[in-house]
Structures are given as C-alpha cells and as structure tokens.
Design a protein around this ligand. Structure first.
Ligand SMILES: O=C(O)c1ccccc1N[C@@H]1O[C@H](COP(=O)(O)O)[C@@H](O)[C@H]1O
Length: 495
C-alpha cells in the first residue's frame, strides 16, 4: 500500500484545527477530576474505539460512558479515548464522558496532537496522559508538549517506531518523566508484527507500553512476558467487551520470562542483521555435535545453533555433549553468542526430557518441536524459563493453514520444513516453491529443507526468508560439518 495514512490524517486534522480551533467546536469544560498516574505499575489500557483506517467500523454504536464502566469493572488501570474524528469517529465529548464514568482509571487522550495548546485542552477535558507521536513532531515541539504535559501533572506517552523516534524519546527522557510506547502495526501497510515492540523493549526505559494488534488473552500475556509495563488494546476490547476481563487478567497475571526473552533476542538479532547485511536472513545451523563446528558457525555469523535430541538422527547429541559445547560457545562469544536451540522430534522420549531439562536450566535458549506439535502445558504456561517454536513439515496448502492458525503474538514464528514420508528432519529435501510462496503471503518466512551453499543465494533472492535453517548440506560426514562448505555458505549470506 503506497498511501501514507499518517500524512493523510494529519493533513485533515490541520485543516480542522484551523477551522474549528483546538476544542474542535466543543465547549471547554472546567476540570474537576483529580489526576491519576498513568501506567506507574503493570496494567492494561483498554480503548474506546469506534473505527480505524485499518479495520473500518469496529464498534460504531459504542456508548463511551457504558464502555468506560465495563472496562473499569474488568480491572483495567487505564482507558484510552480516541478523540480523532475523521478516521476514528471519536471526539473530545467522548473524553469527558469516559473521564466522568471511570473516576478511578487513568485516562489517555489518544490523538494526533500537533500543537502545545492541545495539551491544555486534554487536561480540561479530563485526561491524565496524552499520546505524543514522535514521528509527527519536531524535536522542539515534542519537548515543549512533553514539558507542558508534566507541568499540568499529566504523563506524556511518547510513541516510537524508528531509530530517529528513539533519539527523540531520549531527548524527552532527559528532561521529564514519560511512558514510551511502540506500535506493533506498521501504519504504511497496517501489517502487525509483535517482534517490532520486542526489538524495541530494551531501548525504551522502565515504563513501556506494547500497542496494537492484541486480539486474544495470550497476546496480552505475551506483551507482559516481553517485559512491557502496559498493553494498549483497542479493537479486541471495544468489539467484544465481554472479553475485557480476560484480557486484563492475562496481562496482569503474566510476568517477564525466558519465553519473552528468547523472542526479544530473536527480534534484536533480526534488527542487527537487517542493518549489517540488508536483505539477508537470520541463519540457524542445525545438527551441531562438536565444539569445532559450533565455534566455526558462530565465528562465521550464525544467529542460532541447533542441537538434535532425536535418537534416530545421524546428528543426534546428548545432554552432556550439548552442555559442554554450549558452555564453550557462550564463554567465547559472551552476549554475541548464537542462541542455542534443542531440536525435538519424538514427544515423550528420554531425549525430550533431557532437552527440556537443559532449557529449564537456561543452557538451551529454546526448543524447536519438529513435526511433533507443541505440548499443551507449554502452550498454556504464562511463565517459562525458555522459548519454543514449532517446525511444521508441509506438503499441502492445508498444512499451511495450520501454520496460519498458529500465528498469533504468543507464537510469533513457525518454521517450515519439507515433508518426506518416513523421515522426520535433516532430509536435505526442499519444499515445493508454490508452498513456500503460499506461506510467505501471510507469514514471516522461517524456512528449512535442503538449503545448501549452492542454492542459498537463489532461495534468498526468490523468497526473502526472515530465517533459514540448514543442516545436512553442510556436512562432510554424518554429524560432522565441512569447514569448506560452511565458508562457502557464509560467504553468500554474510559476505
Ligand atoms: O537434522 C536432523 O537430523 C533432524 C532430525 C530430526 C528433526 C529435525 C532435524 N533437523 C532439522 O531439519 C531441518 C533441516 O534439514 P536439512 O537442511 O534439510 O538437512 C532443520 O529444521 C533442522 O533443524
């Protein structure tokens, strides 16, 4: 989509401001409500939202006062009110109504505020916090508006999405206390990726909010597991207010954990690769059985190393061997070490128990469930010491639908591998190109199956995968990688 929706919204808003003034034609009330702290402790922000440019009509008949009462009863600590009229059908009248109906919640004015006087208007209409979008404000105006917000006792909520926005956020943080927010939705194409907020989390300061795209309770929990203090939920709450309680409960009962940490590290590694090797994917080298191969892969630029815990694999490893290799890799590469993943293919096996134990001990960063499904107890957990994802062996479009069903915030990525009858993984066989195309239409592509030094350039150019995973084509003998093949391979993806 080439349409710049943000620019359109702002253009119309400037015209309205000039025509109607900063109160948009509403009579300016005198504030009587006391001020409330905004996201001073972990909590949700449920939104009063009628429509949006990405979703069209969401809840056009919504009554702001009733909605605010429902949200307050659900236990939300804050309520966001969209006051933009052209694209979101909100108004300052909604803000007053919500502020009056939810006297114990912090109220956020969510709009595309452009001039400092709008901050005073937000205060008078009952807000406790105001959204300031870094991308649409100059350094000077942003800082002026943030300072004015604090002067009135409210909280500036600064939304970032780019490195330049982060620079602006740091400028604000140097001067005043604020809450930072990252939108998972790309306003250029409305595409939602929970790994965008994940990549930003450590750069935002202590109070940070995950915005957009939360649909189900597990998505809200995922935001908390990434370490966000708040989660802003619009459509899912406004459309189905009965779910508000579950969304709030999921967020506040989760905590930052090893699962969130794994996905944050994937997201950060993706950013680093995008910056240093534009257009190139993350790389997982699988089937590691010895330190020499592990160290060569790490030195060459592997982002993940895979250790196979499957008795029938020619490249299987044991807990003792994996532990020793991982200790060497982590000692040598410290925070630049690749993430270490245990690959499981046989549920209920001794190997599964051994790998899960290493993951719980923090030795393995994650588990790849290869063609054997994710255990229910892991799917339902909201606090784990490690990450996990599924590898699906795909042979038809129906298999791909399972992948799309998997895809939600809490399972942000699924790996695809070739389906080969009677073989589980490490087959050296490729997935049919039509199937890969079908997957990548709606999903970030994590791809395995027959990737080699000879075909990797063609695969990267043709499919733009986000991650490639390979094993057998780098071997000189079962379980032993060839240094020559590794060098040839990495010359293409890290050259
Ligand atoms: O490599 C194995 O032996 C293996 C065994 C059981 C499950 C998964 C396994 N490896 C995975 O297979 C693909 C890549 O294989 P290849 O490049 O086609 O040889 C990858 O997902 C590995 O993690």
């Amino acid at each position: 989509m080439s349409r710049d929706i943000l620019a359109e919204i702002i253009e119309k808003r400037r015209v309205d401001l000039a025509r109607l003034g900063t109160c948009f034609g509403f009579e300016r009330p005198e504030r009587t409500r006391p001020l409330h702290p905004f996201i001073a402790a972990p909590g949700t922000i449920l939104e009063v939202k009628r429509s949006s440019p990405s979703k069209g009509n969401i809840a056009m008949g919504l009554d702001p006062s009733e909605t605010a009462r429902t949200y307050a009863e659900a236990g939300t600590s804050a309520i966001s009110v969209l006051t933009e009229s052209n694209y979101f059908h909100g108004s300052l009248a909604d803000l007053v109504k919500v502020a009056n109906a939810a006297p114990n919640c912090a109220i956020l004015r969510k709009d595309f505020l452009l001039i400092p006087e709008e901050i005073d208007v937000a205060y008078d209409f009952g807000a406790d916090a105001v959204l300031l979008i870094a991308r649409i404000l100059s350094d000077e105006t942003l800082l002026q508006m943030a300072k004015r917000t604090c002067k009135l006792g409210m909280t500036p909520f600064v939304e970032v999405r780019t490195d330049d926005d982060l620079r602006k956020l740091a400028l604000v943080q140097k001067n005043v206390e604020c809450v930072a927010g990252v939108n998972a939705r790309d306003l250029r194409n409305f595409h939602i990726d929970p790994l965008i907020p994940a990549a930003f989390r450590e750069k935002l300061g202590p109070r940070a909010v995950f915005e957009s795209g939360v649909q189900v309770p597990a998505d809200a929990a995922f935001a908390r597991r990434l370490g966000f203090t708040g989660v802003l939920i619009g459509e899912a709450a406004a459309k189905n207010q009965k779910c508000a309680k579950d969304l709030v409960h999921a967020f506040v009962s989760a905590s930052p954990d090893g699962y969130g940490k794994f996905w944050k590290r994937i997201a950060e590694k993706r950013e680093q690769v995008c910056e240093k090797f534009p257009g190139k994917p993350l790389v997982k080298i699988c089937g590691i059985t010895n330190s020499e191969d592990a160290i060569l892969a790490a030195e060459s630029g592997a982002d993940l190393l895979g250790f196979v815990f499957f008795s029938k694999s020619p490249r299987k490893t044991t807990a003792e061997e994996a532990k020793k290799i991982i200790a060497e890799v982590k000692a040598k590469f410290a925070e630049n070490a690749p993430l270490c993943v245990g690959v499981l293919a046989d549920r209920g096996s001794e190997e599964e128990s051994a790998a899960l134990k290493l993951a719980r001990e923090g030795i393995l960063d994650a588990i790849q469930f290869h063609g054997c499904g994710i255990p229910e107890n892991l799917r339902n957990a909201n606090s784990l010491d490690f990450g996990y994802y599924e590898a699906l062996r795909v042979k038809s479009n129906e298999d791909v639908s399972a992948l799309t069903q998997n895809s939600c915030h809490s399972l942000p990525r699924t790996l695809i591998d070739a389906y080969v009858p009677n073989e589980i993984g490490g087959t050296g066989k490729r997935i049919a190109s039509e199937l890969v195309d079908y997957v990548r239409k709606n999903n970030a592509l994590w791809m395995a199956g027959g990737i080699s030094p000879e075909n990797v350039s063609e695969i990267v150019t043709r499919f733009s995968p986000e991650l490639i995973d390979l094993s057998s084509a780098l071997e000189e003998a079962p379980g032993k990688k060839s240094a020559e093949k590794m060098r040839k391979f990495f010359a293409q993806v890290r050259g």
